[in-house]
Design a protein around this ligand. Sequence first.
Ligand SMILES: C[S@@+](CC[C@H](N)C(=O)[O-])C[C@H]1O[C@@H](n2cnc3c(N)ncnc32)[C@H](O)[C@@H]1O
Length: 210
Amino acid sequence: MADEKLVKSRRRVADHGEVFTPRWLVDDMLDLVKSETERIDSRFLEPACGSGNFLVPVLERKLAAVQARYGGSDFEKRHYALFALMCIYGIELLPDNAAECRENLAGTFARYLKTDAVAAEAARTVLAANIVQGDALAMTDAAGDPIVFPEWGYLGRGRYQRRDFRFDALTQRSAASGTLFDAFEEHEIFTPVRTYPAITIDELAKESSR
Ligand SMILES: C[S@@+](CC[C@H](N)C(=O)[O-])C[C@H]1O[C@@H](n2cnc3c(N)ncnc32)[C@H](O)[C@@H]1O
């Protein structure tokens, strides 16, 4: 797009390498993993997510898949749309970019479900946890604590499961493959730092105002 703004300031480019990716290039790159982008439950993490130039199109593709599969049922459409959002993760160093990224994803989600204010609030709870302001290299959040990401699952009948894992532990996942740890089940190596009771959209929406 001709009016896409890919640089905010020369200072930010020099200090943080902040140059945003144009939409045409994002689309070409996502097409390289097309089937994954169109799978509702595939998980995407962008460790330098900016304002969401990759994550927003991923969400759009997932929502198109939700529409194709569950568009005939308001209940399923609503719950799978939120689940699609739950599978999108980002880390961003700069607070304004992290906030913009959450806003852009929230806007895309809200436009899809139109008048569903409760789902929009639930989405804000999810985004507060999934889009972390922090340092992806140090794997720490803005407070200097280890980054923790929620793993969301959809249990069906309107209920979600949440377990939290440390990002630094998750990055060891590939290191375990091809070693003696292959003999273990994944849950024996990777333990959540917290497991939550099953939760509904209404309950998630209430959490956003806390
Ligand atoms: C080249 S821009 C890309 C932004 C986005 N991925 C895109 O393609 O439009 C790099 C982004 O990474 C952020 N960044 C720089 N160092 C980072 C770090 N250590 N951890 C997380 N984000 C970082 C910058 O603030 C900037 O928004």
